[in-house]
Design a protein around this ligand. Structure first.
Ligand code: FMN
Ligand code: ADP
Length: 318
């Protein structure tokens, strides 16, 4: 798969292609359906498929300060899109100037002149161009003018239409199982392991990797979860290792903490040294709310139960 940053990265001799466009935050099941439609149209037409996506999130540029929490980092999003079989992912830097293009200008500059679109696949609620003036119908009309077919893909529904906002809502209420259902995989928070208050190992008997995620990351609601911790640092002695985990999100009220942290304990390990290492945390199931315990012993007792439950739910080793 080719990765392009900006239109200037598109090879000069790039021929005709099928293009799909969107923010694709989360690459949820609706996005997956769209990309699959684009890939199959590309096969039918015998041309490569290209995903166009944006960075930063258009909302942040058009309405600064309203950035929705991000379900995926740019890197993870590209990796997920690539796994769906597309030939290229083109990340367009989204700027105010870019947002002022009319639908016709966008189609001509991006889809026609650079990518020689033979087909364009978008979600049926897709809007584009200045003031979101363009929709699927506009795209069809422009397709007649510029010689490409446009397809609007119906939203995938799970009772309720699957959308990035729906996944954000589910995470905001701690429903990580519901989010996993909509995403087609567990929600992931990633970042580098930083130092905490050094209580986990010494005081509680459960060392926890404190994960510092990028600003705007979608963090599930405070609580305790079962899931997975994986080392994605390359090179690292732990590269590619994935451990079942008990995860805590919150301010650690038992210790009157103020900073909100995401911490993961890799079950049955106490030998890891993860400081400075890039890891990912995948959330499977919510276990309970965070509690302010009256004593450290009461917290430890509960943590034993959490760990047993996380082990059962992940099928983690003894
Ligand atoms: C499975 C699990 C459950 C936890 N539950 C709570 C809780 O209910 N209340 C709380 O104050 N802290 C809870 N914690 C967080 C601990 O207080 C935290 O891991 C500890 O303060 C270590 O912090 P440190 O990494 O900064 O040393 C939990 C941690 C884990 C791993
Ligand atoms: N099973 C484990 N799960 C997570 N981290 C572990 C584990 N075993 C050892 N570690 C290491 O211990 C550190 C956490 O120990 P802890 O006492 O909680 O310190 P801190 O307060 O700095 O997080 C992690 O950052 C990691 O480097």
């Amino acid at each position: 798969m080719q990765g392009w940053h900006g239109l200037d990265d598109v090879p000069g001799d790039w021929g005709r292609s099928v293009v799909t466009i969107g923010v694709f935050d989360g690459v949820h099941r609706g996005h997956q359906r769209m990309v699959e439609r684009a890939v199959s149209m590309a096969h039918r037409l015998g041309v490569p498929s290209v995903v166009i996506t944006f960075d930063p999130h258009p909302d942040e540029v058009v309405r600064p300060g309203t950035h929705p929490p991000r379900l995926t980092t740019a890197r993870h999003r590209t990796e997920l899109l690539g796994a769906l079989g597309v030939d290229a992912v083109c990340v367009l830097p989204f700027t105010l100037e870019f947002s002022h293009m009319t639908p016709d200008e966008f189609v001509q500059a991006v889809l026609v002149d650079r990518l020689h679109a033979a087909g364009v696949v978008v979600g049926e609620n897709f809007r584009f161009g200045h003031k979101a003036a363009g929709n699927v119908e506009t795209l069809r009309e422009l397709g007649e003018k510029y010689d490409f077919v446009a397809e609007g893909v119906p939203l995938v529904s799970n009772g309720e239409a699957i959308s990035s906002s729906l996944v954000r809502e589910l995470l905001g209420s701690g429903d990580v199982a519901g989010a996993a259902e909509a995403l087609g995989r567990p929600h992931r928070v990633e970042g580098v392991v930083v130092r905490g208050h050094q209580r986990g190992r010494a005081l509680l008997g459960y060392p926890t990797a404190n994960v510092e995620s990028p600003t705007f990351s979608a963090i599930p609601a405070d609580g305790v979860y079962a899931g997975w911790l994986e080392c994605t640092q390359s090179p690292s002695p732990y590269e590619g290792e994935r451990w079942p985990a008990a995860i805590s999100i919150g301010t650690n009220p038992t210790f009157a903490g103020v900073e909100r942290t995401v911490e993961a304990y890799a079950l049955d390990r106490d030998d890891l040294d993860l400081y400075g290492v890039h890891v990912v945390v995948d959330f499977s199931v919510r276990l309970r709310d965070t509690v302010k315990f009256d004593s450290i012993d009461a917290l430890i007792e509960q943590m034993h139960r959490d760990v047993a439950e996380a082990r059962r739910l992940t099928g983690g080793s003894a």
